[in-house]
Write a protein that binds this ligand. Structure first.
Ligand code: ZN
Length: 108
């Protein structure tokens, strides 16, 4: 088994999950753009709801980008090394955050 195969699997399934979530959110937001008669309170709730959805959506997009970067680093052979201080990121951290680019110390 190539090194970091476990992380690759983890990254890929996480990526799938996020992609599905993004699709669900975006089709939901799309759906809400249909003209509907709503009272003011409902409009406010709707707007707050949309903001939350947008926040989740952009966070998911960002994580997908981090995942792609991590997969690229695995291919290049420099995955698992802290980009700030150059030490090897402990396996425990990588299994918790497989797309981490820094060790815990540098992340803080
Ligand atoms: Zn570091």
């Amino acid at each position: 088994m190539p090194p970091y195969q476990v992380n690759v699997d983890q990254l890929r399934s996480l990526r799938d999950e996020l992609t599905h979530r993004i699709e669900a959110i975006e089709s939901d937001v799309q759906h809400k753009k249909e003209p509907v008669e709503k009272d003011f309170a409902e409009q406010v709730t709707q707007r707050e709801n949309d903001e939350v959805l947008h926040a989740i959506d952009s966070e998911a997009h960002q994580t997908v980008m981090l995942i792609d970067a991590a997969l690229a680093r695995i291919e290049e052979g420099n995955y698992g090394v802290c980009t700030a201080c150059g030490i090897e990121i402990p396996e425990k951290r990588l299994s918790a955050v497989p797309y981490a680019t820094t060790c815990v110390n540098c992340a803080e």
